[in-house]
Write a protein that binds this ligand. Structure first.
Ligand code: ADP
Ligand code: MG
Length: 232
């Protein structure tokens, strides 16, 4: 077991979401469901930015319900606003591994390798405003990757990318999750993206985050809430 949500309830005013499931280590999981269903809220709770009203969250066998975000074994890519506009691309990525920004040669090398990996070789000195939206999201992905955390959470990471680049980035995420044996949680609106790289899907709809189900089986025989979302 990698992550376990034990009878968790999370709310924002009138909105509430229940989650009671376990995720196996190294699985690649899609979080799928209607807009406003609670996908981002669930990732925020797992990453520690949103405190549940009740229930416990475990990583392996450790209760992390009260652990601050920076101390959790999790790297999270938010849906938007991942970069600090006043810091260079290289320094934005550096924040994944240091808070001082006085980088050693080795750190600079690690960052430049990560830039190469996400297809942004040589752009370390640029400012975020000089990059496209898709490039900015790849910088944020590079920052997640160098943290080398056992759990990688991505919230609609590639919505701003065209189809070819998106496929390339999905391939990269898949390769990284597999080589590091990370557990991947990825929010997506696209059933195709879910089928493409994930083993299992968590359906988030009608106030509930369902337990993970094999992605292909889920789409082959969608439950009512999924059929409604897919529009069949
Ligand atoms: P999704 O990511 O599936 O689109 P969200 O988790 O962003 O859904 O939102 C779930 C519900 O919680 C929505 O009704 C949204 O309006 C509400 N919500 C999300 N974030 C906040 C917040 N910071 N303050 C108040 N309500 C919020
Ligand atoms: Mg969201």
């Amino acid at each position: 077991m990698s992550i376990k949500l034990d009878n968790v309830k999370i709310s924002h005013g009138k909105f509430s979401l229940q989650a009671d499931f376990e995720i196996e280590k190294g699985k690649k999981i899609a979080l799928l469901g209607p807009s406003g269903g609670g996908k981002s809220t669930l990732l925020s709770a797992i990453a520690g930015f949103k405190t549940p009203d009740s229930g416990r969250i475990f990583f392996e066998n450790t209760d992390i319900t009260s652990t601050p975000p920076a101390k959790r074994p999790i790297a999270l890519l938010f849906q938007n606003h991942n970069l600090f506009p006043h810091l260079s691309v290289r320094n934005n990525i550096a924040l994944g591994i240091t808070t001082t920004l006085k980088l050693s040669l080795k750190e600079i090398e690690t960052i430049d390798k990560a830039l190469l990996r996400v297809g942004l070789d040589g752009l370390g000195n640029k400012m975020p405003s000089e990059l496209s939206g898709g490039q900015q999201q790849r910088v944020a992905l590079a920052r997640c990757l160098i943290r080398k955390q056992p759990i990688l959470c991505l919230d609609e990471p590639f919505a701003a990318l065209g189809p070819a680049l998106k496929k390339e980035m999905l391939d990269l995420v898949q390769e990284i999750a597999e080589t590091t044996n990370a557990t991947l949680l990825m929010v997506t609106h696209q059933p195709d993206d879910a089928s493409y790289i994930t083993d299992q899907t968590i359906l988030i709809a009608e106030g509930k985050a369902h337990r993970p189900v094999t992605t292909n089986k889920l789409f082959a025989n969608p439950p009512a809430a999924l059929a409604k979302y897919l529009g069949n």
